[in-house]
Write a new protein. Structure first.
Length: 255
C-alpha cells in the first residue's frame, strides 16, 4: 500500500510540475507579446501621419517645426480659419481645430492629435482629381503640384500622404515632367550653394525632393529648383520610399 502511495505522489508531483511549466509559458508569452502590441501603435509611416500639434506650439525655424503653419493652411482650405497663417497655435487656431473635430466626429479637444491630422490631411488636398489621374497607378508615385505647393504620395493607386512644400523660383523653376528617382543621399550638401539637403531623392538632374533648412512657411520664398519639404516630412518620405522605386510627377502652373 505504501508503495502505491509513493507512486501516486510521484504522479501528482509530475502533473503539478507540468501544469506550472505550461502556466509559466503562457505568462511569458503574454509578457513578450506586450512590446509587439506597443510597437503596433502610431507610426510616422502610417497613412496621413503627423505628430501631435498643441495650443502654444509655434514654428520658429526650419529646425523647430510643430506643423502649425501647415495646420493653419489646411484649416483655411477647410474654410475654418480666416486669418493669415502665423505659425502660432493660439486661441483662434484651437477654435478652428475644435470646429473641424466637430465636423468629422472626433473628440473636441482643440489639440491636433493623430486622428485629427489624419482626417484633416485626407480632406484638404487641392486638385485631387489631377493628382489621382497622374499618380493613382501601381507602385509608388509622388505628385508635385507647383500651383498648390503640394506633394501627394501614392502607394499602389491609393493616396498615402500629402505634404505642403515649396518649389523653384521664377528663374529656377522646378521642371515639369515625369521622372523616377535615380539617386538618393540622406546627408547631401549642395555642391553649388553649400546648403544641407537632408533626405535628398534626386529625380531630374540636380533637382530633388529634400528637407529644407530654410523653409518655415511653404508660401514664403522659393528654392533653386528642388522641392523643399520640412525636414521631418522629408524624413517621413524617406522612410516610406528610400528602398522603393519612386516616380515623381511635376505639373501645374508655377506659383
Amino acid at each position: 500500500m505504501q508503495q502505491v502511495w509513493r507512486v501516486w505522489r510521484v504522479l501528482v508531483s509530475s502533473v503539478v510540475t507540468i501544469a506550472l511549466a505550461m502556466a509559466t509559458t503562457v505568462v511569458v508569452g503574454i509578457v513578450v507579446a506586450q512590446p509587439a502590441q506597443a510597437a503596433g501603435g502610431f507610426s510616422m509611416t502610417d497613412r496621413f501621419a503627423r505628430e501631435v500639434s498643441r495650443p502654444g506650439d509655434r514654428d520658429t525655424s526650419a529646425y523647430n517645426i510643430d506643423h502649425v503653419f501647415e495646420l493653419q493652411h489646411r484649416l483655411k482650405r477647410a474654410r475654418l480659419f480666416d486669418l493669415r497663417p502665423t505659425g502660432l497655435y493660439g486661441p483662434v487656431t484651437r477654435a478652428a481645430v475644435r470646429a473641424f473635430q466637430r465636423r468629422v466626429g472626433v473628440r473636441q479637444t482643440g489639440v491636433a492629435n493623430h486622428a485629427t491630422w489624419s482626417k484633416l490631411v485626407a480632406r484638404t488636398n487641392r486638385n485631387f482629381a489631377g493628382a489621382r489621374s497622374r499618380c493613382a497607378k501601381p507602385g509608388w508615385h509622388a505628385c508635385y503640384d507647383r500651383r498648390h505647393h503640394q506633394v501627394t504620395l501614392w502607394k499602389h493607386g491609393r493616396l498615402w500622404n500629402s505634404w505642403l512644400v515649396r518649389g523653384g523660383a521664377s528663374n529656377h523653376k522646378t521642371r515639369r515632367g515625369v521622372h523616377p528617382v535615380y539617386w538618393r543621399d540622406k546627408d547631401h550638401v549642395s555642391s553649388l550653394y553649400g546648403s544641407p539637403m537632408p533626405y535628398s531623392q534626386f529625380f531630374d538632374g540636380g533637382q530633388a525632393l529634400h528637407g529644407s533648412g530654410l523653409m518655415v512657411n511653404p508660401w514664403e520664398g522659393h528654392s533653386h529648383g528642388c522641392v523643399n519639404l520640412y525636414i521631418e516630412d522629408a524624413r517621413q518620405l524617406w522612410r516610406l520610399t528610400a528602398n522603393k522605386r519612386l516616380v515623381v510627377h511635376v505639373y501645374g502652373a508655377w506659383d
